[in-house]
Design a protein around this ligand. Sequence first.
Ligand code: FES
Length: 131
Amino acid sequence: MYSQKIIKRFKNPKFAGEMKNSDAVGQVGNMKCGDVMKIYLKVDEKTEKIKDIKFQTFGCIAAIAASDAMCELAKGKTLKQAGKIKYSDIIKKMGGDVPKIKIHCSILGTETLREAIKNYEFKSKTKNHKN
Ligand code: FES
């Protein structure tokens, strides 16, 4: 069902794990399959570039591979650029060969990243408001 590229990424994800002292967190679950994705961001305050990113995903092989591919795409990008990452970019990064019934796993990746970005923007707004 899965390509070698997807299996390889699933077995050796570079961005898996929890991040202590993250600047923002995003978490989204898919009601239908029950998979849950969580993304942690470390952001450079001046440039708004994603300095570091990690994920914790409780889900299928495609969801874990998609989380890892999404992190690889997002790292080093500004929040604005990262917010424009499409699920099709994630699929491409995974080698393109994603079963149709597993496309929603990549969509979950973009949704979770956007949640984390929103969380960062909310936190920085409220932080500035206090000052
Ligand atoms: Fe739902 Fe993979 S089966 S995210």
